[in-house]
Design a protein around this ligand. Structure first.
Ligand code: GTP
Length: 327
């Protein structure tokens, strides 16, 4: 950065600098005396003032122009965008001066700017000699901490949103396989720990390949969505339905013993067989049916063993003629 002149040779006023605000007249004179020989430098628009990952023992106070926290694009090293701005009176770089660590962000000039450069040694002297400067600096740090916390919270919310999104099957709106893999082992563990019952139902649509072949993949998708709605609508809030893969779905019934799980499966099987799939399309299409395999958690069984049991039951339901429940 180009060195312009000493602070004492400029017309900038001490009282316009936030770090030196609300300070007694006497103290202000002392501060003016300390900073009078500090350099004023020029940063041209786009020029990096503080480089993330480099250590810095300097504080910059914006006298004219504006600085911004910037993201550098990986390929071109170009400034991508400006997230936070620093306007005349505000300072940057204070945290790295205080903790002697590297800068946490890259800060560049948004427009041609003039900056007062205060070396670490001078800042410490200001803190030692002026309670007002120390107080202003503490206030500034509190502000920075709150701002950083708010940013972390909002990132966490966005992260949670995308996490939830990644756990939902895009076609049916049911939980997806990733959700199932993450949740079922915990449910099994909880059932063992509390000696509670847990049952699952594996559901597979019947002759779905034929359905796709005859009516097309898009109508096949519609049929899958309808089946998912039937499952979801027939469950209590404490139960779960997930798409296991392809045209296979799974229902999880925490607290349900084998008898009640068989009852739920029979109810869902009946409803699915009776549901008109394309009620609004004026095109007569066959109802879809499903085969249902029920398994109830036994002692020492883990989630994989439970799924294998439900799979075997599903196979029996298919072998016995489909559109039915087996266990
Ligand atoms: N439309 C549509 N079809 C799917 C989707 N996922 C899987 N399928 C189809 O589901 C069909 C499953 O076929 P199979 O595994 O042979 O089973 P099936 O024809 O239902 O026969 P059974 O299970 O023995 O009654 C395949 O044709 C898959 O392409 C999907 O998301 N949308």
């Amino acid at each position: 950065m180009e060195q312009l002149m000493r602070f004492k040779a400029t017309n900038y006023r001490i009282e316009d600098i936030h770090l030196f605000r609300d300070i007694t007249e006497e103290n202000r004179k002392l501060i003016a005396d300390i900073v009078k020989d500090c350099l004023v430098v020029k940063a041209c628009a786009g020029q990096v003032v503080l480089d993330a990952n480099s250590a810095g023992a300097k504080l910059f106070i914006v006298l004219r122009g504006a600085l911004g926290v910037t993201r550098l694009t990986e390929q071109s090293n170009q400034l991508e965008n400006t997230i936070t701005q620093f306007l005349p009176g505000e300072c940057v770089g204070e945290i790295s001066v205080l903790d002697e660590e590297i800068h946490s962000a890259t800060i560049s000039a948004i427009s041609d700017s003039e900056l007062l450069l205060i070396e670490a040694e001078t800042l410490w002297r200001l803190i030692d000699e002026s309670n007002g400067v120390a107080r202003n600096l503490l206030q500034l740090l509190s502000f920075r901490i709150r701002a950083a916390n708010a940013q972390i919270r909002s990132r966490q919310k966005v992260g949670e949103f995308y996490r939830q999104l990644s756990m939902v099957d895009g076609l049916t709106g049911l939980h997806n396989r990733a959700w199932l893999n993450a949740q079922l082992p915990g449910m099994v563990q909880h059932a063992h720990a509390t000696a509670a019952a847990l049952s699952i139902i594996m559901v597979d649509l019947d002759h779905f390949k034929r359905f796709n072949d005859e009516h097309g993949h898009l109508l096949g998708d519609d049929a899958l969505q309808t089946a998912a709605k039937v499952l979801n609508a027939g469950l209590r809030p404490s139960d779960f339905a997930a798409r296991y893969g392809g045209e296979e779905m799974m229902v999880i019934l925490p607290g349900a013993n084998h008898k009640s799980a068989l009852g739920v499966a029979q109810r869902l099987c009946n409803r699915l067989g009776k549901t008109k799939v394309f009620i609004d399309r004026h095109k007569p299409l066959p109802h879809i049916t499903g085969s249902f395999g029920v398994a109830t958690l036994s002692d020492e069984q883990d989630s994989n063993a439970l799924i294998s049991c439900a799979d075997a039951a599903l196979y029996r339901a298919k072998a016995n003629g489909r559109n039915q429940v087996a266990s």
